[in-house]
Design a binder for this molecule. Structure first.
Ligand SMILES: NC(=O)c1ccc[n+]([C@@H]2O[C@H](COP(=O)([O-])OP(=O)(O)OC[C@H]3O[C@@H](n4cnc5c(N)ncnc54)[C@H](OP(=O)(O)O)[C@@H]3O)[C@@H](O)[C@H]2O)c1
Length: 292
């Protein structure tokens, strides 16, 4: 576990400052920029962003957040932190082009399925590598990012990576071998939660609620329950037991879940998602390696 040490990350926020360079200007890059700028972790003019071809997109990001459209990859050479925010299939080419401008910076990769080993090989070991798996709620600064560091990443770089990623939500560090599972769990989690909520919403309509009322009851129930679990640091099982009176309404509903084998289905769904994540990751271990 790392403790937050302001002195370790402050130099990034002081001018003249090393900069953050984002390679890729899509949805994920924007979520990261939004969190960092809104929270004031960096000045917008310290953040450079470059994509492949859509100049207009860079202008939009500049207008919205005040960040700097990079003129070329040369700007990455001055950055303390470089973020890889391209699709996994585009990563080999992007890193091949980026490699000459790396000289020991911290490289944070958002690319799903690309291992730290693969990344290090792609950049000729020219940066300290952090592999991450953020999830959708980072777009509203309430995400969770699973993180695995390559070997030999310094304590200071780890703090720096965590500090930046924490601007868009929680950060959970783990062994890299668990990142495929995290992709299935917290990465696909919003989709799974939505599927359950969809079923609850459909049922609410059958109970007589209009759409608007059902949605309000549903979302506040979910957000409130998550907040109670976080604030009171309870396990879902303990809270579930606390809110279930014998022969009460919750008990009646839970009995149906229990009899239907819901937990078995949930387990099977997560296993399937994790297997798919591992399978997708494997394709990048065997092809698309950048040429030397
Ligand atoms: N979106 C999510 O919720 C999410 C969640 C977890 C992880 N991720 C990961 O985050 C990464 C980015 O996803 P995204 O949703 O932001 O993708 P996206 O919206 O499709 O954006 C991809 C960006 O990469 C740029 N790009 C592609 N090749 C490039 C190259 N050679 N050099 C420079 N820029 C290049 C594209 O530029 P042009 O538009 O000019 O082609 C575009 O700006 C992916 O690896 C994904 O696995 C995303």
């Amino acid at each position: 576990m790392f403790s937050f040490n302001e002195a370790d990350i402050l130099p990034l926020g002081n001018k003249p400052a090393p900069r953050l360079f984002l390679l890729g200007a899509g949805a994920m890059a924007e979520a990261f920029i939004r969190g960092i700028v809104r929270k004031g972790a960096l000045q917008p003019e310290q953040i450079y962003v470059l994509n492949r071809s859509r100049g207009q997109r860079l202008m939009e990001l500049q207008e919205e957040y005040g960040v700097v459209p990079a003129k070329s990859l040369i700007d990455a050479a001055d950055a303390a932190v470089v973020v890889l925010a391209v699709k996994p299939a585009d990563a080999a080419q992007a890193l091949d082009e980026l490699r000459p401008y790396l000289h020991g910076q911290l490289l944070i990769s958002f690319a799903a399925g690309l291992s730290t080993e693969w990344l290090l090989e792609a950049i000729g070991n020219q940066a300290a590598v952090v592999r991450t798996m953020p999830n959708l709620p980072v777009a509203v600064e309430s995400g969770v990012t699973a993180v695995a560091f390559a070997e030999h990443v310094t304590h200071k770089d780890r703090l720096l990576a965590r500090f930046l990623l924490e601007q868009v939500g929680a950060v959970v560090e783990m062994e890299e071998s668990l990142l495929d599972a995290a992709t299935a769990f917290s990465g696909s989690g919003p989709g799974f939660v939505c599927y359950f909520l969809e079923a609850m919403e459909e049922s609410a309509r059958r109970l007589g609620f209009d759409e608007e009322t059902a949605r309000a009851l549903l979302l506040h129930t979910v957000a409130g329950t998550a907040k109670v679990l976080l604030d009171w640091q309870l396990s879902p099982e303990i809270l579930r037991r606390r809110v279930t009176s014998p022969r009460g309404t919750t008990h009646a509903g839970l009995q149906v879940f229990e009899q239907s084998g819901l937990k078995t289905f949930v387990n099977e769904a997560l296993q399937a998602a994790a297997a798919r994540s591992a399978e997708m990751g494997k394709q990048f271990k065997t092809k698309d390696r950048p040429k030397d």
